[in-house]
Design a protein around this ligand. Structure first.
Ligand code: NAP
Length: 321
């Protein structure tokens, strides 16, 4: 008998077909809305495999309901939406989608850096609202990117891909990571700095560490005070790593110059979040990996992980076990 798979969001037909060849598939048919919690809990009961997104909180309650579950294939590289410890205890394999999204996310990180530094969105709105009456010396002036100092927090796959972009702009790159990456230092001629020195010296600070309780509010009031008043903070990793209240005050009081945010502590971000109304914030709706080709590759990789594990084979990209 084919194993049961539950897919928590409507996927492109080609991906569903591929899973259907070897599994009995049930799927939440909405694309623009996450599966309601009660539906997820009910569907999880019968599922041998779960294909989910970062919008689903796969916690102890879901794992307890999912008595038959063998694999959770998360369509993301980050997996802080899943209780990995509990899944491991229950013998459930969890997989993610590394590598296939690295370049696309590095592109977006650099695009956000550039857009924030050169006030691209603000300038676009300025023009369209009819405010462009003349050219003037200091109108819509931003920060230079070429030759500036970039500090990367989290030197993993995406951090490394970001260096390649930065080097094209002659940036002086340093990084902080919990472990030294001597091979990367040598390959790209970059410097390891402790967190405090990196924050003090950088013109741009890009956050690219995975979220874990260890890095909750890794950037807070104290860290923001260390940064230059001309510095820009870019977060394309996860909300929660930056203390948004502290960031709001630092930006409002001009303790730092700007911020580019693709991720928020609460997602979708509430329109009551005051960060959205600061002119020196460029805000995006978590689109780091959002190119057509990459999203398809991520879905394919998640599907392949699911199919392989349910066929008794090894997962391609496991994060536990
Ligand atoms: P990765 O290759 O696993 O790299 C993560 C790096 O962070 C590793 O070098 C790791 O160090 C380091 N690190 C982990 N915990 C740390 C800590 N507590 N302190 C200091 N350094 C720490 O991950 P990746 O593929 O580059 O992805 C990074 C993150 O980007 C993902 O986890 C995800 O949250 C985020 N992301 C966001 C989007 C988006 O749409 N905005 C898209 C893709 C990814 P070690 O080598 O010592 O383990």
């Amino acid at each position: 008998m084919k194993p049961n798979v539950y897919i928590t969001r409507k996927l492109p037909e080609s991906i569903v077909k591929k899973i259907e060849e070897v599994c009995r598939v049930r799927m939440w048919e909405e694309e623009g809305q996450p599966v309601p919690r009660e539906v997820l809990l009910r569907e999880a009961e019968q599922a041998d495999g779960l294909f989910c997104l970062l919008t689903e909180e796969i916690d102890q309650e879901v794992l307890n309901a999912a008595k038959k579950l063998k694999i959770i294939a998360n369509m993301a590289v980050g997996y802080n939406n899943i209780d990995i410890e509990e899944a491991t205890k229950k013998g459930i394999i969890v997989t993610n989608t590394p590598d296939v999204l690295t370049e696309t996310t590095a592109d977006l990180t650099f695009a956000l850096l550039m857009a924030t530094a050169r006030r691209i969105l603000e300038s676009n709105t300025y023009l369209k609202e009819g405010k462009w009456k003349t050219w003037s010396p200091m109108q819509l002036t931003g920060q230079d990117i070429y030759g500036a100092k970039l500090g990367i927090i989290g030197m993993g796959r995406i951090g490394k891909a970001l260096i390649e972009r930065a080097k094209g702009f002659n940036m002086d790159v340093s990084y902080y990571n919990r472990s030294r990456k001597l091979d990367v230092e040598k390959e790209f001629d970059i410097t390891f700095l402790d967190k405090e020195s990196l924050l003090k010296e950088s013109d741009f600070v890009c956050i690219l560490v995975p979220y874990s309780p260890e890095v909750h509010h890794f950037i807070g009031e104290k860290e923001l005070q260390l940064m230059k008043d001309s510095a820009i903070l870019i977060n394309t990793a996860r909300g929660g790593i930056v203390d948004e209240e502290a960031l709001f005050h630092a930006l409002k009081n001009k303790e730092i110059w700007g911020a580019g945010l693709d991720v928020f502590e609460e997602e979708p971000v509430s329109l009551e979040n005051q960060l959205l109304y600061l002119p020196n914030v460029t805000a995006l709706p978590h689109i780091g990996s959002a190119s057509e080709a990459t999203r398809l590759e991520m879905a394919n990789l998640a599907a392949d992980n699911l199919i392989q594990v349910l066929a008794g084979e090894k997962a391609i990209t496991p994060v536990n076990g």
